[in-house]
Design a protein around this ligand. Sequence first.
Ligand code: FAD
Length: 418
Amino acid sequence: MVGQTLTSVAIIGGGPGGLGTAIALSQLPFLEVTLYEKHSESREAGAGISLSSNAWKVLDLLGASKGVKGGSKSNTHQRNAYTGKILSVVEHPENSAVDQRGAIRARRTRLQQALLAEVPKDIIKYSKKLVHLDDLSDRGVRLTFEDKTEVLADIVVGADGIHSAVRRSLFPEHKLRFTGNTAFRVLVPKSRLNSLPEITSTTAWWWGKAGHVYFSDVDDETENNNPLFEITIRSYHEPEIPGKTVGWGIPAANEKVASRVTEFDRRVRDAVDTVEEGQWWEFAGFAGPRLDHITAWDKVALIGDASHPLSGAFGSGATFAMEDGWILARALELTHFTGRPLSDALEIFSQIRSPYYNRMYEHLDKVQEKLQKVQSESTNFDEFLETKIDSFLYDDKDFIYKNDISKVWDAYLEANEV
Ligand SMILES: Cc1cc2nc3c(=O)[nH]c(=O)nc-3n(C[C@H](O)[C@H](O)[C@H](O)COP(=O)(O)OP(=O)(O)OC[C@H]3O[C@@H](n4cnc5c(N)ncnc54)[C@H](O)[C@@H]3O)c2cc1C
């Protein structure tokens, strides 16, 4: 590259999206990549994360799938939370057909570490909280950090999650609101639940009226003889508490968590009671209007939760964020080697990813409509649950879980005769 000017890229945020993007972009020799993370080290709050065939595809492309292990989700149950009645059992033979690793639930830290291991170390700058961006036209973008330092970059990737500062700079009128849907999450040693085999033997959702509880393995027991087990409680109608309702991770007291499941089946309450004080973490759900644009100024792209906060609706948001980063890399590579401007790369990125996210939103709207219809027509909870589980499990979501991002790129090249 002697004599050639490198294009500087600033990635904001070191979550799955930012790390995935950093891996993909740092493989392009014409780019100089720096990742800015607000925390002083790489960390991932939360409990487990689901990874399906779409995740394996992109992790393979990033060279980061090797270290990712977790508990199998091959046997999942849906239950009525009050009676414990099993309403649906799904074994996932289709997973093995698509990818023999199948769907797993892994510790979030596992994914984070696997990605981090593939990012060139010297490109990550910690304790750099972005506060603002300015468009300097032909001179690029000026980034201002909380520590009052500034840098210039030719391209900025906003991978800074749902409360994105990048998005705030681009679209200041876009405001988030608390949805009332809060997740309480914990990982407990599975041995603590030995007396509750019905809880630990499957991945299960126990559905109630104002919330549900999710139980899952997060470790591959063939490599870990002291496995952890995830309990997540989703509570749909939490009050907003000024100053206390935050985006991602505050401790929650046992009493508060237990109060969300007092009417649930004894086995659920017993499982919740095994958690030691100080272990629960609370994650408040936020949402905002859907964005019409995921790029701006011809040099800034939003990826992952910064552009499409789906609040865990499909249990695949980390994969979407990594797919975004990989596609952005392909678009930059294509435009570079065909002598086109950077703005074309952002346009290609948006052309490929926006319709995909729109399809997800359409799916969510359709499900919402169905549920509202059944709720207005019947007060029978079991009937409502049946519809909910049906939409949750059986509506066609192959376009998500079986997505092969490299084929998506090939299809773009073919359609555009590149
Ligand atoms: C309850 C729940 C369950 C979920 N379950 C799943 C699941 O099973 N599977 C799945 O794939 N997804 C799941 N998701 C979604 C998933 O967690 C997100 O979609 C994913 O983490 C998005 O990745 P990201 O990199 O875009 O953002 P994030 O993971 O939010 O990372 C953003 C990063 O940016 C940093 N940052 C933020 N602001 C700044 C700033 N100003 N300056 C510098 N750095 C900054 C943060 O510290 C963080 O490191 C779930 C979500 C919820 C709420």
